[in-house]
Design a protein around this ligand. Structure first.
Ligand code: PLP
Length: 375
């Protein structure tokens, strides 16, 4: 198993290096004051610092259930398990299905791939386009395997968004054969146009929908959740108990207080969508201005621009870029076969406009230099 390139990079780069590598939100957009107020309230009651129940504090589960109810996806607090980030949600589900097979998108999220390897899940890839998975191939593979890991909204790394048709087709295959999908949805709220309907809402009994506050409020809280039927929530809760008894109670209470005023979160999300859309527009414009060979699709939300820089091995190029003090994630990291690839994932949410220009110019220098030197 290889360590996450991204985590290794985050550990090794110095302060002068411009990073387009991590899936990091923009710190300047964290609602510091509101979270500070929500935190202060937590420390008024010592009970908030006590051990708590494994599935998560009830008022927070009720509020998360309401996110779904507002969209017409009927959900009770008993359908929610609070997890330590959605990363732990993935781990719990993988542990439950250990030693089985699982369908994954190609490319896929490295953090999940490593969890599947750790739990001895054999992965079968189905190719992913900018409008979703190859539905015909998915149907063939899912018929036998009956378990799939999908990121339909602004996928990591591809930034792709499933079309309504692809969502329906996937749901149809699952209804036909039975089994489950793990719908990983940490970026779903970061849309620029309109929110897509989750696949899980089409197949509530055959899906595990994973959410997170990491990309919308703060990753440091480490709070995510699984939405599933009550029977599966009970099984997953038993696994969670063996891992950490419960997710941080203080963080859960902070979030619960923050969400008490529901309009506050909605307003924050609206603000975030606007700010990230602007950042995406700057990033993609600067890509055209400074790295004109890069071919990509304009993202409709999320945090990533994915594309290819023809005639170059993007893994080799990133080594040169590190010397130029700029980093991105080369796409070979996201393919199970570790193939040579000319594709790159850029994060557009973290860096400032000045850093974007400077960083892309450094990449262009490494790219041009590399091309000439190699020829
Ligand atoms: C697709 C995907 N799933 C899960 C996670 C983990 O998020 P969390 O911070 O909620 O554990 C990430 C983080 O980058 C991600 O991109």
């Amino acid at each position: 198993m290889k360590r996450s390139f991204i985590r290794e990079i985050l550990e090794s780069i110095d302060a002068e290096t411009i990073s387009f590598a991590g899936g990091l939100p923009d710190e300047k957009l964290f609602p510091l004051e509101d979270l500070k107020k929500a935190s202060e309230k937590v420390f008024e009651n010592p009970k908030n610092l006590q051990y708590t129940i494994s599935n998560g504090i009830t008022p927070l589960r009720e509020k998360i259930a309401d996110f779904y109810n507002k969209e017409g996806f009927e959900t009770k607090a008993s359908n929610i398990l609070i997890t330590t980030g959605s990363q732990q949600g993935l781990y719990i589900i993988a542990k439950y299905f250990q030693n089985k097979q699982i369908v994954v998108e190609e490319p896929s999220y490295l953090g999940a791939v490593n969890i599947f390897k750790m739990n001895n899940l054999e992965m079968k890839s189905v190719s992913l386009d900018y409008d979703g998975i190859d539905a015909e191939r998915f149907d063939e593979v899912f018929e036998k395997i009956k378990l799939a890991y999908l990121i339909p909204d602004f996928q990591n790394p591809k930034g792709s968004l499933y079309s309504d048709e692809k969502r329906m087709e996937v749901a149809k295959s699952v209804s036909k054969y039975g089994g489950y999908i793990l719908e990983d949805a940490p970026y779903s709220e970061l849309y620029f146009d309109k929110k897509a309907k989750s696949i899980s809402s089409l197949i509530p009994e055959n899906s595990f929908h994973l959410g997170s506050f990491s990309k919308t409020l703060s990753p440091s809280l480490r709070i995510g959740w699984i939405r599933a039927n009550e029977e599966m929530i009970k099984k997953f809760t038993m696994i969670k108990e063996t891992i950490d008894l419960h997710s941080c109670g203080i963080a859960q209470h902070i979030l619960n207080n923050y969400l008490e005023e529901s309009k506050r979160y909605e307003k924050h999300l609206a603000y975030l969508r606007g700010a990230y859309k602007k950042k995406m527009e700057i990033f993609t414009q600067e890509l055209k201005n400074n790295l004109s060979d890069f071919r990509f699709e304009i993202p409709k939300g999320g945090m990533f621009v994915f594309g290819s820089l023809g005639s170059v091995d993007s893994f080799e190029l990133v080594q040169k870029c590190i010397r130029e003090k700029v980093v991105y994630v080369p796409a070979n990291q996201f393919y199970l076969d570790g193939r040579v690839s000319d594709e790159i994932r850029f994060n557009f949410t973290y860096s400032s406009a000045e850093e974007v220009v400077e960083g892309l110019q450094r990449i262009e220098r490494a790219y041009r230099g590399g091309m000439w030197k190699d020829k």
